[in-house]
Design a protein around this ligand. Structure first.
Ligand code: FAD
Length: 484
């Protein structure tokens, strides 16, 4: 299958974690090259490149690819799906289409970067044109460094450096048409990839919460700015309020660029107080800081950033771990969070911190176990944000929360879900419990429990650990570590 002599040879446009047409620098390069464009997505094998995502994110990927396919179709183009080792697939597609160039947007997870470096070298050695572009982050991680040229270890100076490096590049709009090749190579069918769960279909409730794809991401950004940004700084900590952007899963697969989000927060009407805008930008900057850590410490999801924690006396207890995963710990805020994760593939940030602290400090289970479970169940699973935040809670990470700051799950619940609305949504067996005991059912008198139709140990578990005892045990475990 070769293109005719008069037609310029096609360029392959390789989509990865940038499933959008808007603000896509590789796409723009392909368009300006004047060549016909062959958009491709490769399902890469295990532990390489985009290698299998967690189960919840595979659900997202399916719908995101379908949305991308549709948008490409509207521009007169297609999306070619292939499976296999990326280099071999690209070489084969180049042969089939007679393409002599490929473009992609860079990714920053260690496995993906290693694959990309090899591919670029092999293709260039073979006389092929291979170019990569920025787009996953506000600023390239190699650019942001301290005055002495080292990576940042703490967030505040990192944020200052980001502010000083100026605004991220202005986002570019999607093209209006795409030149198609004279003949299309064959594509896998998306359905044949089996990305959606079937028996059982544990993702059925995801549809109530999410619409994957770049159009939905843009809509969500607009809604958030119009309805929630003006009280973001305060309300973002309350899991029962619709106060945060819910953009994380869209960002995770690149359906919207961080630069698009950043620039949407400029020039806003005066009724939106600046502190809310700054606070929101600072969260986007946390995402950058997580990638900064991953870029400079590729083992972020498997090794302690601070090796002092290498000797931490973790406990291995499959029964306790299972109670945590299933939201059956007897602490309502922890259980609500874990069940929100299962039902919607997402959990509110405040509650992520509470459940992570509970696993690590109350149960003394290694943070890596929690990171792995989140990776499989979150629709926004992100190699940098997930690992960096788990290490942050564990105290082993860069600029981490000190280990001795151990969340009390009852007090956290009472502070951030005072009327128990979040608990009542995700732990329905407690829905009729008097508000005074909603975060501490184990202290409720028998008649209160009876009125709410609850028998502890039957309808809802008794606490699997006593928090006061667990807290002391955690502090002792921490004290056993060598001092720095
Ligand atoms: P918003 O409050 O609207 O924030 C806007 C964006 O800023 C988010 O979409 C996200 O991209 C970024 N952001 C916000 N908070 C953080 C943060 N603490 N760290 C890094 N980026 C942040 N976020 C992920 O995107 N993927 C993960 O796998 C992930 N794992 C986490 C694990 C733990 C244990 C904890 C404590 C946090 C984790 N986070 C993760 C961070 C945070 O919880 C989510 O980004 C946030 O809840 C997403 O909701 P939102 O889009 O409504 O956030």
């Amino acid at each position: 299958m070769t293109s005719s002599k008069s037609e310029p040879k096609p360029v392959l446009l390789w989509f990865r974690k940038d499933l959008r047409l808007d603000d896509n620098h590789a796409l723009r390069a392909a368009v300006t090259s004047g060549r016909p464009i062959v958009p491709i997505y490769i399902q890469e094998p295990e532990a390489k490149g985009c290698g299998p995502l967690g189960a919840a994110q595979q659900w997202w990927l399916h719908h995101s690819l379908a949305a991308l396919e549709k948008s490409l179709h509207e521009l007169g183009s297609k999306l070619v799906l292939r499976t296999g080792d990326a280099l071999s697939v690209i070489q084969k597609l180049a042969e089939e289409t007679d393409a002599e160039a490929i473009v992609w947007n860079r990714r920053y997870d260690p496995a993906g970067m290693a694959v990309d470096m090899d591919i670029k070298k092999s293709l260039r050695d073979a006389g092929f044109e291979a170019n990569s572009f920025a787009g996953q982050l506000l600023h390239e991680p190699s650019r942001v460094r301290t005055g002495t040229g080292n990576p940042y270890k703490t967030y505040t100076p990192f944020w200052r450096a980001l502010e000083q490096s100026g605004e991220p590049p202005f986002p570019i709009d999607a093209p209006e048409t795409l030149e198609a090749p004279s003949r299309w190579p064959q594509s896998d069918s998306l359905g044949s990839w089996g990305l959606l769960p079937t028996k059982p279909n544990w993702a059925s409730d995801f549809y109530d919460m999410w619409t994957p794809g770049e159009a939905a991401a843009r809509e969500k950004l607009t809604d958030f700015i119009e309805s929630s940004l003006d009280s973001y700084a305060v309300d973002r900590d309350f899991p029962d309020k619709p106060a945060t952007s819910l953009l994380s899963p869209h960002l995770a697969l690149g359906e919207i660029s961080p630069a698009r989000i950043w620039h949407a927060t400029r020039g806003l009407p005066k009724h939106i107080p600046t502190d809310n805008i700054v606070r929101f930008r600072k969260e986007l900057a946390w995402r950058e800081f997580c990638y900064h850590q991953l870029f400079h410490f590729p083992k972020l999801n498997s090794a302690n950033w601070n090796d002092r924690y290498d000797d931490f006396p973790w406990r291995s207890d499959a029964t306790l771990f299972d109670s945590w995963r299933r939201g059956q710990t007897g602490y309502p805020i922890v259980d609500a969070g874990m069940r929100q994760l299962w039902r919607h593939g997402w959990m509110h940030n405040r509650v992520r911190m509470i459940v992570a602290s509970f696993l690590i400090k109350d149960l003394l289970i290694d943070w890596r176990e929690g990171e792995t479970w989140f990776r499989d169940t979150l629709v926004d699973a992100d190699p940098a944000a997930n690992a960096a935040n788990w290490q942050w809670v564990a105290g082993s990470g860069a600029d981490a929360s000190p280990f001795f700051r151990i969340f009390n799950p009852v007090l956290q619940g009472e502070k951030f879900d005072a009327d128990g609305g979040y608990i009542r949504t995700f732990v329905p067996e407690l829905a009729d419990l008097d508000g005074k005991y909603i975060h501490r059912p184990f202290e409720a008198p028998d008649d209160v429990l009876k009125r709410a139709g609850i028998r502890l140990g039957e309808h809802y578990p008794r606490p699997i650990v006593d928090h006061a005892v667990a807290r002391r045990r955690a502090l002792e475990a921490h004290a056993s570590l060598k001092t720095e």
